[in-house]
Design a protein around this ligand. Sequence first.
Ligand SMILES: [Zn+2]
Length: 444
Amino acid sequence: MFETLISGAIVVNADGLNRSDVGIAGGKVVALVAPGETAEAGTVIDASGCFLLPGLVDAHAHLRDPGLTHKEDFSSGTHAAALGGVTTVLDMPTDEPWTATHRQLADKMAIAEGRIHVDVGVQAVVSRDLSLIPGLLDLAPVSFELFTADVPDGFLFATLDDVAEALKAFAGTDTLVGISPGDQSILAGSTVLERSGTIAAFLDSRPPLAEANGIARALVAAASAEARVHVRQINSELGVETWSRLRGMADASVETTPQNLFFTASDYETQGGNLKASPPLRSPQDIDALRAALRAGLIDVVATDHAPHAPAEKAAPYAAFADIPGGMPGLQTLLPTMLRLVDQGLIALPDLVRMCSTNPAERFGLGRRKGRIGIGYDADVLILDPRQCSTIANADQVSRAGYTPFEGWSVKARLANVLLRGREIVREGKLIGTALGTIATRES
Ligand SMILES: [Zn+2]
């Protein structure tokens, strides 16, 4: 007998749709039962007419804990994740302090325990002191993050030589290294030349050329060091072209974000600093190229770069547009914005699962537990009702950012329930139960 049986729905995995009932016991999927076949269960959830998706895995989020908890904390950020159907959040290392030592990583994992509503995988940062890497690897973080521009000196790897040397420390470890494709030389040069502080100056400081060079440098360095890399959010036509030509050189994946698939630089005129982040938003031509790449299967992962700030921080006056704190919330809106791409016919539901669940789970060392509704996998399940519409509203956002750039957008589906390892954590759009999340470490 199963603890729980979800009946009557269509299961959506990355490889397609399948009509079957899902038997759950001990937090895992233990059976996929043909519809109509009798099966006993302690609890039966009738999901007739619904789709079942594996819980989303957001590969790029900043939960701001410890040290920046006026912006977000483990509880508020994972609450937003749960309501958005993100059952695993992969948390970036740029809090206060940055997650750079064994002790800092262990402390962060300990702080999160008992306060998280979904599972959280923690990412460590590569600092200039490469001798710290083995101690960090002992704690099995889901990945490391290596920065090439726009960060404090202790974490800056600005040249090809720097990046290649750092990646050598990961050769043969099978651990993924995330790299944001920027270029410090272009950033520094533009800062000297252009001091107007306008939106145009901000765009010029982080142009597609910087992104393209960052992608190329990550790929050749990874090929040379035989390391595994994940190129963080790309959004330009030149970046897409560079990625599509060079991606076969290394064991590499690439991501983009919903905001980059929907907004252009002209949207700064209406949304202002609420949309300010790096990389900058691009032109309509860039978006078209990015969307074409998504449709063609060239983008491996769509992640949020959930990077909230307190409302007062975004609203304060700044001398330059570039000085506005970068980032926006996204965890609660990943699923509806991706469903909008399904509504638009750009992708199908299995593509959504592939880019927002299966691929991030596999790339970040969680692929035997997460990313699929299948026997032996964690029973992280989203019940999606396509007969009802839902609308994204600022008033419903639980992130401390207090807004969403997607205010007022509607999609033709509603997330009815969310299960985390077999336990229902969201029902009718509300969090139920308390902090059932655990720290997810990299599979060995
Ligand atoms: Zn980020």
